[in-house]
Design a protein around this ligand. Structure first.
Ligand code: NAD
Length: 398
């Protein structure tokens, strides 16, 4: 079939197999261009490995350090006449490229919050790898079925305390407007923490440890975001911020738990980037459009692959030190949070309107990046050519 983008609000309901493969290949090429990294983990489990930060976290150890990888994700395979999700095609492309390089790569498509998927992963590690020495936790999900209670928790993106009013942009239409969001109630706060907080990360580490498949010196990292004042009410001081605080507190406890056996646990604060998860957050896409403009002009712009390369190369492995902040968090959002960058973004924030959006912000770059997430707009891909939506995972592990 001929596959074109179909955008509905902040999601694209189609994805292009060859385009996603080209997107994955670009990231592999970037990692290769950095040369081999030293002291890299040999066997890596990435939970949420199909898109965004998690995909980059699978590509960097594999192609920078020849690591064997197991990826866990929740994606839709394509059917006859219907495209699968981008994360499915990314994972197919990743496995193909890894296998072509002689690297071990298997994937599990299922609900990472469930006990069944945890058991499946443990079984696979026992069968093929023995242990894993790095576990990256990069889930972003709107809901979680709790494995003990069966309750389905939904996460919300709301402020805590009072109503929040701020500028936002409809990225599709290019209209800047004010948005008012009512504060979350306590149940919504608890539900968001249940989905995006620490509990599942801890459950994974406990399950791996108890099964004896976590190498004694394993490193585990979960991702978080801090961001500037303009997004605080909806992000850091909002429901999602409560969940992230939880995650960060757990990193300390988990580090203390793993330390005696030689392991370590961190939260890494990453940069704001266009991903499927971030495009759903009000206000954030407008901020990202400005941030991209300012960081590109200063030669500081990074995507997921550059961020995660820096995390592995300059903070976690390769002879580097984590350089945690006062709260013990790794900061690869350091360039985003530079005072000169933030002061320019603040100026743009005051000025931006529908009329000057194209001039003052990188909304064009935002849109192009958004489409690329789904495999559209990649150089060298013929979008007029028939494409087969049915693409099996080479490892057959789905
Ligand atoms: P993303 O939407 O690109 O990726 C989410 C991943 O989670 C996908 O692989 C998806 O398949 C997987 N997933 C979702 N629900 C699942 C389930 N039930 N079972 C198994 N897999 C499931 O998101 P992202 O933006 O890369 O976010 C990853 C992490 O990085 C999140 O913790 C997010 O808060 C953090 N982060 C994101 C940004 C940003 O700007 N995008 C910035 C800093 C930190």
């Amino acid at each position: 079939m001929i596959i074109k983008p179909k955008i509905r609000g902040f999601i694209c309901t189609t994805a292009h197999p060859e385009g996603c493969a080209a997107h994955v290949q670009e990231q592999i090429d970037f990692v290769r261009s950095q040369g081999p990294l030293r002291d890299m983990p040999a066997r890596v489990l990435v939970i949420g490995s199909s898109t965004g930060y998690g995909l980059a976290s699978r590509i960097v150890p594999a192609f920078g350090g020849k690591a064997a990888t197991i990826g866990v994700f929740f994606e839709k395979p394509g059917e006859e006449g219907k495209t699968g999700s981008a994360g499915w095609y990314n994972s197919v492309a990743f496995e193909r490229a890894a296998h072509a390089e002689g690297l071990y790569a298997k994937s599990i498509n299922g609900d990472a919050f469930s006990d069944a998927v945890k058991e499946q992963v443990i079984g696979l590690i026992k069968q093929d790898l023995g242990t894993v020495d790095c576990v990256i936790y990069s889930l972003a999900s709107p809901r979680r079925t709790h494995p003990r209670t069966g309750v389905v928790h939904h996460s919300t993106l709301k402020p805590n305390g009072g109503t929040f009013t701020a500028k936002t942009v409809n990225t599709d239409k290019g209209v800047v407007s004010e948005i008012s969001i009512e504060p979350a109630n306590e149940q919504e706060q608890r539900d968001t923490v249940a989905v995006m907080g620490d509990e599942d990360w801890q459950m994974w580490i406990d399950a791996l440890n108890q099964a004896g498949v976590l190498a004694p010196n394993a490193t585990t990292v979960a991702y978080s975001y801090l961001g500037p004042r303009v997004t605080w009410d909806i992000y850091r001081n909002g429901t999602i911020g409560l969940a992230k605080e939880d995650l960060e507190a757990t990193a300390h406890r988990m580090d203390a738990q793993l330390h005696p056996q030689g392991g370590r646990a961190f939260v890494s604060i990453n940069k704001a980037l266009v991903t499927q998860a971030s495009s759903a957050i009000p206000v954030v896409p407008l901020y990202i459009s400005m941030l991209y403009k300012v960081m590109k002009a200063r030669g500081l712009h990074e995507g997921c692959i550059e961020q995660i390369t820096r995390l592995f190369k300059d903070r976690l492995y390769n002879g580097a030190q984590p350089q945690p902040d006062d709260a013990g968090r790794i900061r690869v959002d350091d360039w985003e949070m530079r005072p000169d960058v933030q002061s320019e973004v603040e100026t743009l924030w005051e000025q931006a309107t529908t009329e000057n959006l194209n001039e003052l912000t990188d909304i064009a770059g935002y849109r192009a990046e958004f489409l690329r997430l789904f495999g559209f707009g990649l150089p060298g891909v013929d979008y007029e050519k028939e494409s087969d939506p049915v693409q099996p995972l080479p490892s057959g592990q789905a």
